[in-house]
Design a protein around this ligand. Structure first.
Ligand code: GLU
Length: 466
C-alpha cells in the first residue's frame, strides 16, 4: 500500500496512474533482485514518497526514471584472496556498486563486515545516490565493501587484506570516476592501506581517489567527526522547529564506532547527556553520562568491547545482548540517535521510546529504523530525521576533502566545520521546504526522498537515455 500523504480524494484519483506505475516497477525490483530484502526496503521507502511527484512530473515516468534508478549503472564483484598470520589462505568477496553518476563521480563508502552481501551494498548505494544529492555537492552515488570480518584480525592481516582488495578495485576507481571512503569496519587505518596500494599500482599520487585520509597526507580536518556532528546538527534544527534544543536533553545513542562517538561528543558539547551506547555484544546504561574519553580508549585504542567500558565505570551497567533502546524502559529519553547499523530499531523499540517521552529520532546510521518503527514514531508525533538527510554530513565532508585535494589546499578545522554546519542547515531547510511544498509538513522522510529524487531525475533527463 502506498500512503498518499494528506491529499484529497480528487487528487488521489489523479495520482492513481502514478501509483500503479510505482507498484509495477516495485514488483520488477523484487523479481529481478530476489532475496535482497534490504534493497527492497530502501526502494519501497523512496517509492512511497513519490506518487504525487510523478503525477506532477509526468516527464519522470516518460523517461523511465524509476526503472533506471532501480538498476545500478555497474556492479562489480570480485575475489579477494589473502593470507592470515598463521599462513592459511582465505577467500573473501569484494563488491563495488557504481550506482548513479548523474551528479558526479560515484561516491560512497566501503563496508567490511561478515554480513555484507550484494543486496547490502546495493541498498547502501541506492540510499547514497539521494543522500549525496541532498548535500548539494557534485557527487554521484556508489558503495562497496566485503564480507571480510576485521574483528580480531592483526594489523598485518588488515593490511594484506586491504592490499588485495585494492589490487582488483583500483582499475574501477579514480578521482573523476569513483571515490570510496569508509563505512562500518573501514576507518583511517584501512583507507591508508588502500591508498598506499592504489598509489603503488597506479604510480600516481591521486589524492582525490579516496576520502577519509590521514590529515598529514591529503585528508580533511573534520571528516572523522563529520557524520556524528552532522547528525546532531540536523537534529538540533528539527528540535528548534518545536522550540527545543539539546541543552539539558537526555539522549540515547546506539553503537560506539566513529559515528556514535562524535555524535556523543557533539551532544555533550551542546549541553545534553548521553546515557547509553552499545555494540554488537550489548549495551551500556551510564546514568551519569557516557565518559567519552574512556569509551574512545576502549573502542579506538584497545579495540575492545562495550562491556570493558562498563567494567571501568562504577555506576554504569552492562546489558548483555540488549539493544540500547532497553535503557528507555527505565529512563525518560528526549532524543534517540541510532548510529550502529541497518534495522536496529524496530516497532517495539519505537514504542518504548515513545513511552519514555522521546521528541526526536535521527538516523546516524544508514536505514537503522524499520518502516514499522518509523510509522510508530510518526503516529506519536515524534520528529524523525532519515539517514539520507541526517547522516549526510560524512559524505558532504568527503566532498569537501575532494575539493581540497583538487585545489591542493587544506582548510582549517573552524572553516571546515562551519561549511559542514551550513550544509546540514541547508539539508534540513530543503527537506522541510520540499515536504511543505507537497503538503506534508514535518515529514522529513518524504522531504528528503522527494528533494533527492527530483534533483537526480532532472539531471538524468538532461543527460539523455544512458
Ligand atoms: N559511508 C558514509 C556514508 O554512509 C560516508 C561515505 C563517504 O564519505 O563517501 O555516507
Amino acid at each position: 500500500m502506498i500512503p498518499h500523504h494528506g491529499i484529497s480524494t480528487a487528487e488521489r484519483i489523479r495520482v492513481t496512474p502514478s501509483a500503479a506505475r510505482i507498484e509495477t516497477v516495485y514488483e520488477q525490483v523484487i523479481s529481478r533482485n530476489p532475496g535482497e530484502h534490504e534493497f527492497h526496503q530502501a526502494v519501497r521507502e523512496v517509492f512511497d514518497s513519490l506518487p504525487k511527484v510523478l503525477s506532477r512530473h509526468p516527464e519522470y515516468v516518460d523517461a523511465s526514471i524509476l526503472e533506471r534508478l532501480c538498476e545500478p549503472e555497474r556492479q562489480i564483484i570480485f575475489r579477494i584472496p589473502w593470507t592470515a598470520d598463521d599462513g592459511t589462505v582465505h577467500i573473501s568477496r569484494g563488491f563495488r556498486v557504481q550506482y548513479n553518476s548523474a551528479l558526479g563521480p560515484y561516491k560512497g563508502g566501503l563496508r567490511f563486515h561478515p554480513d555484507v552481501l550484494l543486496g547490502t551494498v546495493k541498498f547502501l548505494g541506492f540510499e547514497q545516490v539521494f543522500k549525496n544529492a541532498l548535500t548539494g555537492l557534485p557527487i554521484g552515488g556508489g558503495k562497496g565493501g566485503s564480507d571480510f570480518d576485521p574483528k580480531g584480525r592483526s594489523d598485518a592481516e588488515i593490511m594484506r587484506f586491504c592490499q588485495s582488495f585494492m589490487t582488483e578495485a583500483y582499475r574501477h576507481l579514480g578521482d573523476r570516476v569513483d571515490v570510496p571512503a569508509g563505512d562500518i569496519g573501514v576507518g583511517r587505518r584501512e583507507i591508508g592501506y588502500l591508498f598506499g596500494q592504489y598509489k603503488r599500482i597506479s604510480n600516481r599520487y591521486e589524492s582525490g581517489v579516496l576520502t577519509g585520509k590521514g590529515i598529514t597526507w591529503g585528508g580533511s580536518l573534520v571528516r572523522t567527526e563529520a557524520t556524528g556532528y552532522g547528525t546532531v546538527y540536523f537534529t538540533e534544527h528539527m528540535l528548534a522547529t518545536r522550540g527545543r534544543s539539546f541543552d539539558g536533553a537526555t539522549v540515547l545513542v546506539s553503537g560506539s564506532g566513529n559515528v556514535a562517538i562524535y555524535a556523543i561528543e557533539k551532544v555533550h558539547e551542546l549541553g545534553g547527556v548521553v546515557v547509553g551506547a552499545s555494540d554488537s555484544s550489548g549495551s551500556v546504561y551510564d546514568p551519569e553520562g557516557i565518559d567519552l574519553a574512556l569509551l574512545r580508549e576502549v573502542k579506538e585504542i584497545q579495540r575492545g568491547r562495550i562491556a570493558d567500558y562498563a567494567q571501568q565505570r562504577p555506576r554504569a551497567e552492562f546489558l548483555p545482548e540488549r539493544r540500547v533502546w532497553a535503557v528507555a524502559e527505565r529512563h525518560d529519553i528526549d532524543v534517540a540517535l541510532p548510529c550502529a547499523t541497518q534495522n536496529e530499531l524496530n516497532d517495539d523499540d519505537a514504542a518504548t521510546l515513545v513511552r519514555a517521552g522521546v521528541a526526536a529520532v535521527a538516523e546516524g546510521a544508514n536505514m537503522p529504523t524499520t518502516p514499522e518503527a518509523i510509522r510508530v514514531l510518526r503516529q506519536a508525533g515524534v520528529l524523525f530525521g532519515p539517514g539520507k538527510a541526517a547522516n549526510a554530513g560524512g559524505v558532504a565532508t568527503s566532498a569537501l576533502e575532494m575539493q581540497q585535494n583538487a585545489t591542493r589546499d587544506s582548510w582549517s578545522f573552524e572553516y571546515t566545520e562551519q561549511r559542514l554546519a551550513e550544509i546540514m542547515e541547508n539539508i534540513h531547510a530543503r527537506c522541510a521546504a520540499t515536504a511543505e511544498e507537497y503538503g506534508i509538513d514535518g515529514d522529513y522522510v518524504a522531504g528528503a526522498n522527494i528533494a533527492g529524487f527530483t534533483q537526480v531525475a532532472d539531471a538524468m533527463i538532461a543527460q539523455g537515455v544512458i
